[in-house]
Write a protein that binds this ligand. Structure first.
Ligand SMILES: Nc1ncnc2c1ncn2[C@@H]1O[C@H](COP(=O)(O)OP(=O)(O)O)[C@@H](O)[C@H]1O
Ligand SMILES: [Mg+2]
Length: 396
């Protein structure tokens, strides 16, 4: 199929997309390379677009928009959707997403972005929501249920986009039988609120006896999320703080105000909740898709893999002290040292946080069945981190 890769209303390139193999067989013409996905631009070599990594990377980027192979319970989801691979979904709704504005327009069509984007146009989410987050779900019947932005969500956790009163919300469950992630998301939001960090606001919702986290879409029709992974892609890898410094420099050069402080805030949060999952696709920047101006650091999102989730054992206390710092897995006590002026944090604002978290966990205990012992340990751990940070601030 001949098609145009679009960025909202801007034509990026014309190519031949193979609807069977789901690869791009040929690039016919590049029209506006500046509007290409950020990661693709670095592979572009003028006059030689077909025999270079550019075409392969175009295919990989597009396939990478699909639900990843590591999505929790992917087999079950595919069965319920009655498809054999996530790439099949990409053909159903032009590859549109709620995290950016890219889409594939068939060359012979008169389709307009305004008529098909999921920011303005409602989508049928009920069946996908059930297939993704319900324990028992039937096989999806309606073809319209596959025309949704759920075809292009990233990440390991089971999730689904829904619409409520015109707002698009992302619902996320826990990983396998773990149920703490949604609570950690809310905890992160409480901490960010009190410390004044720009973040995605997460609340709790109950869907069919499962507690899920719920957050509004932080992208608009005029913006896109560019993850740190894309930004770092063509930069040298150091495996030390140089990666961090170069990343900050790049953001500052592109005019993002207070970039350093905002990234520091993310690591302060990670320290407090012991978030182990700050990989390069869990933070980034927001770009204006019309002007290509870099607007801001993306609000802090995806904070669920925190408070020692992977090591929980009812009978034994095993505590990991390691977080993620670019390509490195490093102790939180080391990562926090990158914060230049930690005294700017008013830690007294967190005095009531362990108690609030304790209340929250108890409030939903009849659904989650998290034990009193675990709740107690979680609050002790949280309290410990707050006190540790207090000490670091006092000694700075
Ligand atoms: N509120 C949101 N608005 C827009 N895009 C989002 C939002 N939350 C997440 N995303 C996108 O969805 C991806 C997966 O969400 P994330 O919260 O990271 O899930 P997971 O915990 O499974 O990794 C993110 O990397 C981001 O691209
Ligand atoms: Mg994520």
């Amino acid at each position: 199929m001949k098609c145009i890769l679009m960025n909202k209303n801007t034509e990026v390139l014309v190519a031949e997309y193979n609807t069977v193999s789901k690869f791009f067989d040929r690039i016919i013409e590049v029209k506006n390379i500046d509007y290409a996905p950020y990661i693709l631009k670095s592979f572009y070599i003028k006059d030689d677009i077909n025999d270079t990594p550019f075409r392969t990377n175009l295919s990989e980027w597009f396939r990478g928009r699909g639900i990843p192979s590591w999505r929790d319970k992917l087999d079950l989801l595919l069965h319920r959707l009655d498809i054999s691979a996530p790439t099949e979904l990409l053909d159903k709704a032009f590859g549109l997403s709620l995290s950016d504005q890219y889409w594939l327009k068939p060359l012979d069509s008169n389709l307009k972005y305004d008529d098909i984007n999921f920011f303005d146009n409602d989508f049928d989410y009920a069946e996908f929501l059930e297939a993704s987050l319900s324990l028992n779900s039937k096989i999806i019947k309606k073809e319209t249920s596959l025309k949704t932005p759920n075809n292009t969500t990233d990440g390991m956790l089971k999730k689904a986009w829904i619409i409520e009163n015109g707002t698009r919300y992302l619902l996320k469950g826990g990983y396998k039988n773990e149920i703490l992630q949604p609570f950690n998301e809310v905890l992160a939001s409480m901490i960010c609120d009190r410390l004044g960090f720009n973040h995605v606001p997460y609340t709790l919702d109950v869907y069919k006896d499962t507690v899920v986290s719920k957050c509004p879409c932080f992208i608009t029709k005029d913006t896109e999320l560019i993850t740190a992974y894309q930004i770092r892609n063509d930069m040298k890898r150091h495996d030390n703080t140089d990666d961090y410094e170069e990343y900050i420099k790049k953001l500052e050069e592109n005019g993002i105000p207070n970039a350093r402080e905002k990234i520091e805030n993310m690591y302060i949060l990670d320290f407090l909740i012991m978030n182990e999952d700050r990989h390069l696709n869990n933070f980034g920047i927001i770009r204006d898709v019309n002007t290509l101006k870099w607007l801001d650091v993306a609000p802090i999102f995806d904070n669920g893999m925190a408070l020692n989730i992977p090591y929980y054992d009812e009978n034994e206390v095993i505590i990991s002290g390691n977080g993620r710092f670019f390509y490195e897995v490093k102790p939180f006590d080391e990562i926090i040292k990158v914060v230049r002026n930690i005294k700017r944090i008013d830690i007294s604002k967190l005095d009531d946080i362990p108690e609030c978290f304790d209340n929250l966990l108890h409030e939903y205990q009849h659904i989650t069945h998290i034990s009193d012992k675990r709740i107690y340990r979680l609050c002790v751990l949280l309290n410990r981190q707050i006190n540790k940070l207090k000490k670091i601030i006092e000694e700075a």
